[in-house]
Design a binder for this molecule. Structure first.
Ligand code: 6GU
Length: 270
């Protein structure tokens, strides 16, 4: 995979050379480079931003240096089709594990990190003739620029490329892959500061351990992310699953899981 990041603060992306991503680059699985649109600014001060038309606070990135930076990386694209152009923005579609899997399939990913109030909208329109544009947000909060978001998205995507993560099984089991959060994990010692690990994990009974872990996933997800429970397909849940969820007030109604008042018969206590 080739990744190009367009940023007027290229030093911000330096952490990408560390750890697994750096290793993937050394091994040739991943090629990553950062281009500074400022190097395409033509005036004496290398201006990349200006005041917004219509007034208002902040500065807007000028389109021309960004277009030239994008042209320079698409000209060298390894991909036969159009590259994907991710534009980090709090006004984008929310980035999810599913999107990370989609982007991991791409031959060429380009990230255009706007700063300040964003990039002139005509750059985004023009870019759609050269790339598949995807405005993307990390979540409902505001960062100063796209660079930190790109660090997160590049890490989420590149770890899914075959050969980047040591143990592919750890991908299958992790949070968000099966629609549930991960179960809690423990290591030695079995008793630490008077806290013992759950007995089931010492039983050696694989069936019981699997059921205990599934219960923990359901309890955790129902407590922390009830929105994820509502997205589950009840046809894929067994009676033990449904019984756990009923403790959190979830019932199957018209083929989907919905919260009702918790059933006092179910005990609760989680
Ligand atoms: Cl992708 N960019 C900015 N500037 N703020 C954000 C974001 C992205 N995602 C959440 N907040």
């Amino acid at each position: 995979m080739r990744i190009d990041v367009l940023s007027i603060f290229p030093e911000y992306l330096a952490p990408l050379e560390l750890s697994l991503i750096g290793k993937a680059m050394t091994e040739g699985v991943l090629e990553l480079s950062v281009t500074d649109p400022r190097s395409y600014a033509t005036d004496r001060h290398r201006t990349v931003d200006d005041t917004p038309y219509g007034g208002g606070a902040g500065m807007v990135m000028k389109p021309e240096p960004w277009a030239q930076a994008l042209e320079s990386v698409t000209a060298a694209s390894p991909s036969s089709g159009q590259p994907a152009l991710v534009v980090p923005s709090p006004a984008g579609e929310v980035f999810t594990q599913e999107i990370a899997y989609e982007l991991a399939e791409q031959e060429h990913l380009v990230f255009a990190c706007g700063r300040y109030e964003g990039i002139d909208e005509r750059f985004i329109e023009w870019a759609s003739d050269h790339a598949v544009v995807r405005p993307m947000s990390l979540g409902d909060y505001v960062l100063n620029g796209g660079e930190v978001a790109v660090l997160a998205m590049v890490e989420a995507v590149t770890r899914l490329i075959p050969g980047v993560i040591g143990n592919p099984e750890s991908l299958a089991e992790e949070s968000h892959t099966g629609g549930l959060l991960e179960y809690p994990v423990y290591t030695k010692p079995a008793v630490w500061r008077e806290r013992a690990i759950p007995d089931t994990l010492l039983s050696g009974h694989h069936g019981h351990i699997a059921r205990w872990r599934r219960d923990q996933q359901l309890h955790r997800t129902a407590q922390r992310r009830p929105d994820m429970i509502e997205q589950l397909d009840p046809a894929e849940l067994n009676t033990a699953d449904l019984s756990i969820l009923s403790e959190h007030g979830f019932r199957v109604i018209n083929g989907s899981l919905q919260v009702c008042a918790p059933d006092p018969e179910d005990g609760g206590g989680h």
